[in-house]
Design a binder for this molecule. Sequence first.
Ligand SMILES: Cc1cc2nc3c(=O)[nH]c(=O)nc-3n(C[C@H](O)[C@H](O)[C@H](O)COP(=O)(O)OP(=O)(O)OC[C@H]3O[C@@H](n4cnc5c(N)ncnc54)[C@H](O)[C@@H]3O)c2cc1C
Length: 456
Amino acid sequence: MDTSTISMLREKARGAVIAQGDADYEEARKVYNAMIDRRPAVVVRAEALGDVQAAVDAAREEGVDLSIRGGGHSVPGFGTNDGGVVIDLSRMRDVTVDPGSRTARAQGGATWADMNDATNEHGLATTGGIISTTGVAGLTIGGGIGYLARGAGLSCDNLLSAEIVTADGQVVTASEREHEDLYWAIRGGGGNFGVLTSLQFRLHPVAEIYGGPMFFELSDGADVLRFYREFIADAPREFGGFPAMQIAPPLPFIPEERHGKPFVAFVACWAGPIERGEAMLKPLHDVAPVVAEHVGPMPYPALNSAFDALVPAGLQHYWKANFETELSDAAIAAHLEHGPKLPTVNSTVHIYPINGAVHDVGQDDTAFGHREANFATVIAGMWPDPAENDANTRWVKEYAGAIAPLSEEGGYINFMAADDQGRVRANYGRTYDRLIEVKRAYDPGNLFHLNQNIAP
Ligand SMILES: Cc1cc2nc3c(=O)[nH]c(=O)nc-3n(C[C@H](O)[C@H](O)[C@H](O)COP(=O)(O)OP(=O)(O)OC[C@H]3O[C@@H](n4cnc5c(N)ncnc54)[C@H](O)[C@@H]3O)c2cc1C
C-alpha cells in the first residue's frame, strides 16, 4: 500500500493509524482467534465517523483488502488481512439508553458487555450473545442468537435502524423508512454492505433472570436431550436455555473429582418473573439427578458474562454449525457419540433453540433466511495449544460430519469457519438471491468481501 495513503490517513483520522513497524503494530494486527496470523498494511483505530469514511475511501482507492473489526471474534479472522486496511472500531463503544422509548443506541464497536451493562441500569435488555466480549454489530448483522431469542426474537429482529458508511464512503441511515432494502439486508446478511457505525435497538424489560449451568451424567444425556426437544417446542417464551456438551471446569460448585470430565450440561435462563424461576426449572431437575449446578437469580449481564473466562482471547478456534428443524433420535445419538470426546475444557457444543418469537417474524421480512429451523447447533473447537491443532480440528470435523446429514444443509453464518465459503448459498438460505440484488446496489465492486461473502 502506498505510503502517501498512510500519511493521508494519519492527517485525516482522529484515531491512531498504526502501520507496519509502529510500536503498537504487533498488538493491533491480532484478532481473537490465535490461528489467524496476518499482516495488514494499516490499522485505523477509528474514533469518529470521519475516520471510518477515510479508511473506506483509502481501501477502495488503493484496491486493497478491507477488514471491519468490532469485537474481533470472527472465527475465520475477517477482522484482519494481509496488506490491506483494517478498521478497528474498538474505540467506538458508547451505548446510550432511552428508557422512555425503550431503545438503545450502540456505536459500531460496542461489545455485549457494553450494551448489557448500560441497559441493565434501566432494567432493560435485548437479545445478545452468550459471551460478553463479542461485538454487538458483528453478531447482530448475522442474525444474533442468545438467551432472550425465544421471547424477544433474534438480535437483528430488535435492530430499529443503523448508520452505515457504504462502499462509496457515504453515510446513510437504514431503517423501516430509509434505505429499506439495506435495512432488510443488514438483518441477517452479515458485513457485506458497509460499516455500521451506530445501531439502534428495541429493548425489553429484563433485569434479573433465574438460571445458570447444570451438569448431568453422560448416561442421562439422551433423557436430557429428548426432554429438551419436547419441552422447548412450547415452553413459555421467557425460557431460553440450551443443552451443551461440556468438560467440567475447575469451579468450586463442581465436585473436585469430576473436574476435567465430560458432561451433558444445560444452561438455563428464565427471563420471566423471578419467583417462578425455580418452578420453571423443576421439570429439568426431574429428568435426572444433577451432578453440579450454579443456578439461581442473577442480573442478566451476569449470566451473559458467566462463561467469558472459558474463552479468553488468544485460543485457537475451529467451528462448524448447522440449523435443524428436528432434533432427531439419530442426531441425539450422534451428539452422545462425539460430544464426550471434547478435547479441551474450552471447547463446547451448543444446541440453541430458535423458535418462539424468532418464528413470529416473516420468513422474508429480514435477510435471516432460516426461520423454519427450530435449533441452531454449533460445534465450537477452542484450545490453547497450537500443537493440538490437528486433534482438535479432527474432532470438530468428525462431529460435524455425523451431524450434517441429520440437519439442514445451511448453518448460521456467524458460526462458520474459514473453509465454509463453499456453503454460502445454503448458509444464507432462502434470502440469498435477494441479498445478491442488494449487494449489487450498494457494493458492486465487493469492497466488503472479508465476510461470508455475497458475490455481487
Ligand atoms: C466466543 C464466541 C462466542 C459467540 N457467541 C455467540 C452467540 O452467543 N450468539 C451469536 O449469535 N453468535 C455468537 N458468536 C459468533 C459471533 O456472532 C460472530 O463471530 C460475529 O461475527 C462476531 O462479531 P465481532 O464484532 O465480535 O467480530 P469481528 O471479527 O470484529 O467482526 C466479524 C465480522 O462482522 C462484521 N462486522 C463487525 N462489526 C461490524 C460493523 N460495525 N459494521 C459492519 N460489519 C461489522 C464484519 O464483516 C467482520 O469481519 C460467538 C463467537 C465467539 C468467538
